[in-house]
Design a protein around this ligand. Sequence first.
Ligand code: ATP
Length: 512
Amino acid sequence: MAAEDQFKKVISHAKEYGYVFPSSEIYDGLSAVYDYGQNGVALKNNIRAYWWKAMVQMHENIVGIDAAIFMHPTTWKASGHVDAFNDPLIDNKDSKKRYRADVLIEDYVGKLDTKIEKEVVKAAKRFGDQFDKEQFLATNPRVVKYKERGSEILARMGKSLENEDLADVKALIEELEIACPLSGSRNWTEVKQFNLMFGTKLGASAESATDLFLRPETAQGIFVNFSNVQKTGRMKIPFGIAQTGKAFRNEIVARQFIFRMREFEQMEMQFFIQPGTQKKWYDHWKETRLNWHLSLGMGTDNYRFHDHDKLAHYADAACDIEFRFPFGFKELEGIHSRTDFDLSSHEKFSSKKLQYFDHERNESYVPYVLETSVGLDRMFLAVFSNAFQEETLEDGSKRTVLKLPAVLAPTKVAVFPLVKKDGLPEIARSIVNDLKWDIETAYDEKDAVGRRYRRQDALGTPFCITVDHQTVEDQTVTLRHRDTMKQQRVAISELSDILKKEVSMRTWLERI
Ligand code: ATP
């Protein structure tokens, strides 16, 4: 319940401070579609830029593209999406609510995980410094039982889904006595498959129109451009193609704010490799991507890997990087070893060669692919929800603060004149005019300084500068740090260097 309340506060804070609005809100919104406001767009752009820099700019052998959202309809036959991009859905007959059958089962297993976490917390308290978490997880009978039970359930679900045995998925839901969270009843329909692609039409008249799909992932835009990029960029394997852009899925259950949207943005990279080397690259990209997340300093304990029990039709290995969202550990990013499935399939459907001539081995082959795929909106939610905190200060007063990683914050620094006179606004303005070339900078002169600090805390601005009467004397200002609320006296001439270092992507990415 506490977590639910916390999540509600996160959502209302996102709206109140111009981060995320429900789409077309004046018409009561559109389910699972959201707009980003004046601060949201800046945070989103910064996350995208942080990803792009780490993936494209810092890798000599990774380049970017921007493919169109509309693609030739055969693309989706070849990719398997027309036949296999389905989710198993189930309806509760009493509440008339629709659920993803696999998610209901995963949530059940998630509850077993929560029980394990509780046992760990209890034991840690009991054993104090002597506590060995690894050993406890491996040997405590209750924990071992929960883990085994969870694995058994997921393995059975994975097998049933793979074999299209939807009757067994329903049987599993019944055996686990899973009830509808809304009605509390176990009165379920059969499990059915539901295709997630949005269809649309291209063309002026109804007769000549072609049926198209809005792309459900950005990856296919990369595969169909494999040869274009490889040849024009003279790329040598191993190499990667990266892309960020919108994807669309008619999600059955679209709840949890921007966690699961019908229109969302992905940041994907397809890494083309020699067949047989996929295990090495799979491990490499798992580690590299986790380190990218960790560089943001949002807590090592908030991430974990989750291996897929049910592999997609294209994969020979797959895992998720999960993040501890306010509603529990959930997928943030997928790392997939996609074999040569996509390129081979496009070769077949297009009758065009999508191969690579390896000069060293003197042979042609269809490359294997390692994919890293992270949702930009999900990343936004991870960053935003993790940053949101309500603190009680030493003097008993409360403050709401968004402890966003400084590198991602929409506004990096806000500059205040202490009072609106005595030449202080002019000095503050001149500091803004200097800093804004390199750093997102705001100016604020309204209300008492204390209130201005609180406003910037709630917006997530990591630094505030106050210009006071001493500034006129000695050209120094107060630099205040959002997280510690500590203040230091700094020369105006030093501000730019200090701040640039604090917020530069280099500083943050070098931690990897
Ligand atoms: P899920 O199991 O949550 O439906 P998925 O396994 O279908 O996700 P992928 O196809 O691997 O997701 O997509 C890669 C990434 O895109 C996900 O890790 C997630 O961050 C993001 N993503 C996928 N679907 C959505 C969505 N509906 N809304 C927001 N982000 C999404």
